[in-house]
Ligand binder design. Structure first.
Ligand code: FE2
Length: 335
């Protein structure tokens, strides 16, 4: 893997963990819509390279209810180091021009790229297309992304991209075999590790715990893991479970290299049913910060915590990244 060192770590499985990225590099990642909003990314990266002003009282709503405008104040010392380490590149396998533009953007701003393909489907029913996988490998090479992140969901159905309506992986034992074979094959053809992410769950099929299933997939496929803290919070609240479960002690935390967070939005229905959506253009709520504080220090190989921010303007995104940076120190505690 160009530009990345292999850092095997025994975790009690038969094989070492795949490459874990640039040695010693960890920090905050930011995303925006790479296809439409690279001008915002440029503005934010430029602002983040400058010393941050002392933060003003910031709006930081708790999990935001449909009509709520909850606010709280947060103050912390000004930071004088660059707040962001990574930039998340969400593009299609065929878009070489944008991949090269994003790679140049990262080089110019001293950022590392993390590739989040929009058309890799390790849980769906369409056969994996080796031609597409080879293109993804080339884009990853151009970006020098140490791994490719993918939500465990159906991304494509009979050739149609489901970007706005991902179908999450059913929470059943059978999903493990299905995903393992596809993840293994994708990694073999792409030539870089995948990191599998817990998808949003607007609908839930099955009763297994998502992190437990992810661990089984990751250990058998020998891939990495991404914890989307907001997705996890939403799924567990919808099922009437506490945000942290005893089974979390048995997760393959050594395989977790990324975490994601964004705002959350709760919809309430008759009968006490709650549906929790993530909203990338809203600030992270207190419940999600709290869950991150409880879970992320368990991940000794954590390299990137991403402020997911598609839809934010440059002011909002800059402040969001700075807020992540102010909270981040103890997340790397185990590394
Ligand atoms: Fe995510």
């Amino acid at each position: 893997m160009g530009g990345t060192d292999h850092m095997p770590t025994a975790i009690g499985t038969s094989s070492p963990i795949p490459g874990l990225g640039p040695p010693g590099v960890h920090g905050i990642c930011f995303s925006c819509d790479s296809i439409k909003d690279m001008d915002i990314a440029e503005e934010v990266a430029t602002r983040l390279a400058a010393p941050a002003p002392a933060p003003a009282p910031a709006t930081a709503p708790a999990t935001v209810e449909a009509t709520a405008t909850a606010t709280s104040t947060a103050t912390a010392p000004a930071t004088t180091t660059a707040a962001a380490t990574w930039y998340s590149v969400g593009i299609l396998a065929t878009d070489q021009e944008l991949a090269l533009r994003c790679a140049e953007f990262c080089r110019r701003h001293g950022l590392h790229a993390l590739f989040h393909p929009l058309d890799l489907d390790v849980c769906g029913t369409d056969p994996l297309d080796d031609r597409l996988l080879r293109l993804l490998g080339r884009r990853a090479d151009e970006l020098d992304s140490p791994w490719l992140n993918i939500d465990l969901a159906m991304w494509v159905r009979e050739g149609e991209t489901l970007l706005e309506s991902l179908v999450p992986m059913p929470l059943v034992d059978e999903a493990v075999d299905w995903a393992v074979d596809r993840v293994k094959h994708a990694q073999d053809v792409i030539g870089r590790p995948l990191t599998i992410e817990n998808a949003p769950y607007p609908l839930v099929v099955g009763d297994q715990d998502i992190l437990t299933l992810m661990t089984r997939i990751a250990e058998r496929a020998d891939c990495l893991m991404t914890i989307d803290v907001g997705h996890l919070y939403g799924l567990r609240v919808q099922r009437g479970l506490p945000p942290v479960l005893p089974s979390d002690d048995d997760i393959a935390w050594d395989r977790v290299v990324e975490a994601h967070m964004s705002g959350t939005f709760v919809r309430r229905f008759e009968g006490g049913v709650r549906l929790v959506d993530d909203k990338h253009d809203w600030p992270v709520g207190d419940e999600v910060w709290d869950l991150a504080d409880q879970l992320l220090p368990r991940a000794p190989q954590l390299r990137s915590v991403m402020a997911e921010a598609e839809g934010m303007n440059a002011d909002e995104l800059t402040e969001s990244v700075r807020r992540f940076a102010r909270r981040a120190d103890h997340w790397w505690g185990a590394s």
